[in-house]
Design a protein around this ligand. Structure first.
Ligand code: GDP
Length: 447
């Protein structure tokens, strides 16, 4: 990846939208801009200016102009620390693609995934954890992930790592100074002092591990299993939550033949809801389709994070014999029910899936179950790459400690350098190219 190329990409979401954004970054960004808008807006600010349509078959005679907002950022005060231009254009995917192709013909290159952010990193605008925060913000599926992404983006991991790295670098410097004066038998740090310093560093790393969440766990999408007798209204409820018809709803018992699922957006994140059908035995049939369905249904229930039992409130619907207790009971068909709700140990919500009454209460309850009660302050979260580096660092420190008694200062220094390098890798200070490639290729193009 040559960072002296001028790159271009559509950086708004895919598909039609009110406005679409084209981003250009690199030394030729201003020149290319002046070629397509007939003037050279070089001051860093926003301009309202027409952009000339590229020559194409449809516009072969005259080249109409289209209105655009243009944002000019000059190096180094831009996201990429290069000259950077954003064209905010009317949201027509064809038109925007033609403009991008035109810019490529004039000398820009299509950007690779994440290339704008990788330039920001390579030019020192972001450290690697902040760049990961950008990727995480883009892919966040829930509130907690977004907050953790914001923490990474704000440089919180670097802030917590730096004091540990400084302690380590200082210890290393003292040790290395001693190596230089070994002939004179001068030592700048005693074995006891070194041991105490290693204690502090290890404790710092362990505190960091203890006081952070795991990105992988935050991004887990909670799954709810909907269970109930045939005709209780599970499919109707699933459709009402999905706001479209996903499941076939029928008054004939046992119509839903297999597990259907929908992903829905609750106020704090996405969840998956699975309609588990086939729990009811229909005659004795140990090897047939019903037995298989029951097996599958039981597995779905066991693997779900939460179980919602749907009862038909208009009938004496006895609870099902489930392998685990439900986390929530929904008494459906409240429009037909005359009996008041019976209090029980499990939280219960009365609603009508058909008439969509009380669905908001259910959605709030699902959100609380899935994402906990509203307290969560923003936590810093670590991903697999960070954890691996912290582990490597701890392993090198343990090795260094074992060399203290044998007194080989060079060996200890070597281990301390490795421990420091491992921490530096988290911030991208000594990161091999393949790791960088992997991080930035997980981005989308235009970011
Ligand atoms: P499932 O077998 O549990 O998936 O049940 P369905 O969703 O197929 O619903 C069975 C029948 O109950 C259908 O005729 C639905 O229209 C009806 N039904 C579902 N929810 C309600 C409700 O809240 N009120 C009333 N009156 N009927 C409902």
């Amino acid at each position: 990846m040559n960072i002296e190329d001028t790159i271009v990409a559509i950086s708004s979401a895919v598909g039609p939208a009110a406005r679409m954004i084209v981003r250009l970054s690199g030394p030729k960004a201003i020149d290319l801009l002046s070629q397509i808008c007939g003037q050279a807006p070089t001051e860093p600010r926003a301009y309202r200016t027409p952009v000339r349509m590229p020559p194409s078959l449809a516009f072969s005679q005259d080249r109409p102009s289209i209105p655009a907002w243009i944002y000019v950022f000059r190096a180094p005060k831009s996201y990429t620390a290069q000259d950077l231009v954003e064209l905010h254009l009317p949201g027509n995917p064809l038109l925007v693609r033609l403009i991008v192709e035109d810019l490529v013909r004039r000398g820009a290159r299509h950007a690779e995934p994440g290339e704008f952010t990788s330039r920001a990193y390579l030019n020192g605008r972001l450290d690697l954890t902040e760049a990961e925060g950008v990727a995480m913000t883009i892919s966040a599926g829930n509130d907690a992930e977004l907050q953790a992404a914001r923490q990474l983006l704000s440089g919180e991991l670097a802030r917590r790592l730096k004091p540990i790295m400084e302690q380590l670098a200082h210890g290393l410097a003292l040790l290395e100074a001693g190596i230089d004066f070994v002939e004179e038998d001068i030592s700048f740090i005693s074995a006891a002092q070194l041991r105490a310093r290693l204690d502090g560093i290890e404790q710092g790393i362990n505190d960091l591990l203890r006081n952070t969440a795991r990105i992988e766990r935050l991004s887990h999408e909670p799954r709810f299993a909907l269970v109930g007798r045939p005709n209780a209204g599970k499919s109707t409820l699933l459709n009402a939550l999905a706001r479209h018809d996903r499941a076939v709803v029928s008054p004939v018992a046992g119509t839903t033949r297999d597990a259907l699922s929908v992903r829905i957006a609750l106020d704090r994140g996405m969840v998956t809801i699975i309609d588990v059908a086939g729990l009811e035995a229909v005659g004795y049939d140990p090897h047939g389709i019903h037995a298989q369905m029951q097996d599958r249904a039981r597995r779905t229930i066991e693997e779900a994070d939460f179980v919602i039992q749907v009862l038909d409130a208009s009938e004496d619907d006895a609870p099902l014999d489930l392998s685990r207790a439900p986390d929530l009971i929904v008494r459906n068909k409240s429009d037909l029910a005359s009996k008041p709700r019976s209090p029980g140990g499990v939280p219960t919500i009365d609603l009508s899936a058909l008439y969509r009454t009380n669905l908001d209460v259910l959605e709030r309850k699902l959100s609380d179950l899935a994402y906990g009660l509203r307290d969560s302050g923003a936590t810093l979260a670590l991903g697999a790459r960070h954890l691996q580096a912290l582990d490597d660092s701890l392993a090198s420190l343990t090795h260094a400690r074992s060399s203290i008694d044998t007194g080989a200062a060079e060996l200890i220094a070597h281990d301390l350098r490795e421990a420091l390098d491992a921490l530096g890798r988290i911030l991208g200070q000594v990161t091999p190219d393949d790791v960088l490639g992997r991080i930035f290729s997980s981005f989308c193009i235009g970011k």
